[in-house]
Design a protein around this ligand. Structure first.
Ligand code: UFG
Length: 319
């Protein structure tokens, strides 16, 4: 039985759907602060904050073989204004969770980390051994969560896999799940709000970056491929393997302008774009090397075309 924290959120819900398709028994714990109960794919659901001491009861009630840990605050901009909230939810929450795991004798955890642990990259594509120098409290707390797990491994034998995602995007093929953030800050959902009639134009944050068209380049990865990676990471730990850190991306960079162009093609809408100032803290280029995940986990992303990723998001919002 797998406990998924944050299983009502964007990547968590897609992972639960995937786990159910693989025949796993799933328990979701989510405080529904940003997640949605109608996105929960699970055998058992607990509306619970992971910092709540009742979490221990969940471990006592069910034989939990492993944990997949998504529950965290994840907005870079908000983290700059409210670091206290990020340290509390992300670090205190993880500490409580790991202590519950210790008490219950649950040894394996797959953990949702981020490209934001690298900060401004020193080289492209980014490899796992590259320097980690986060430029915001969000990335800083995710890196600290990774380090917490490393020390718990040394002291108590906890085994973990940290998955550093690049830009998660797309939606489930059956359109039951997709990206629903409030406020929305991510590029693809914001672009699609224009043809949906919810926004007049898309803003381009900076056209003076040292990239081919001057706009930021990102590595967009389909949320279904991320879901598969979590399942593989869980299997990897179950087989008794050592703790590891993996990047998850496609290894292809697309500029903001290219993403807008693909969205125009998919939606048959002109999607007006307006040039604006740079958003503070945005690195010019973030592209992953995911060779390690391919070699060690046997991960093979299947939905790698940006057009398919945008189409799936569009089908979700259109339903
Ligand atoms: N962008 C715009 N206009 C918008 C929104 C975004 O031009 O209205 C640009 C951003 O400046 C950026 C790109 O589109 O260059 C992608 O922005 P997102 O907000 O969609 O994604 P980020 O690359 O900022 O964020 C991702 C993950 C975070 C992670 C971060 C690491 O979503 O979890 O990478 O830097 F922290």
């Amino acid at each position: 039985m797998i406990l998924v924290t944050g299983g009502a959120g964007y990547i968590g819900s897609h992972t639960c759907q995937y786990l159910k398709e693989m025949g796993e028994e799933v328990i979701v714990v989510d405080n529904l602060s940003t997640g949605f109960q109608d996105s929960v794919y699970a055998d058992h659901f607990y509306d619970l904050d992971i910092r709540d001491e009742k979490l221990q009861k969940v471990f006592e009630r069910h034989p939990i073989d492993g944990v997949i840990h998504f529950a965290a605050s994840s907005l870079v901009g908000v983290s700059m204004e409210q670091p206290s909230v990020y340290y509390d939810n992300n670090l205190v929450g993880t500490l409580r969770l790991l202590d519950c795991m210790r008490a219950a004798g649950t040894e394996n955890i797959v953990f949702s980390s981020t490209a934001a642990t690298y900060g401004e990259p020193k080289r492209i594509p980014i490899e796992e051994s590259d320097p980690t120098e986060p430029t915001n409290p969000y990335g800083e707390t995710k890196l600290a969560m990774e380090k917490m797990m490393r020390w718990f491994d040394k002291a108590y034998g906890l085994k973990y896999v940290a998955l550093r995602y690049f830009n998660a995007a797309g939606a489930s093929k059956d359109t039951s799940l997709g990206e629903r953030h409030n406020p929305e800050t991510h590029l693809i959902p914001l672009i699609l709000q224009v043809p949906l009639g919810r926004r007049q134009h898309i803003s381009i944050f900076g056209e003076d970056y040292p990239t081919p068209d001057g706009t930021c380049v990102r590595d967009y990865i389909h949320v279904i491929d991320l879901a598969q990676a979590h399942y593989l990471a869980y299997q990897y730990l179950k087989a008794g393997s050592e703790s590891e850190v993996f990047n998850l991306g496609n290894g292809n960079g697309y500029s903001v302008r290219q993403v807008i162009e693909v969205a125009r093609d998919v939606t048959h809408h002109p999607i007006p774009a307006v040039s604006e100032a740079r958003r503070p803290g945005d690195p010019a280029v973030l592209v992953a090397s995911s060779q390690k995940a391919r070699d060690i986990l046997g991960w093979a992303p299947k939905h790698t075309q940006l057009k398919e990723i945008v189409e799936d998001a569009w089908n979700f919002y259109n339903k």
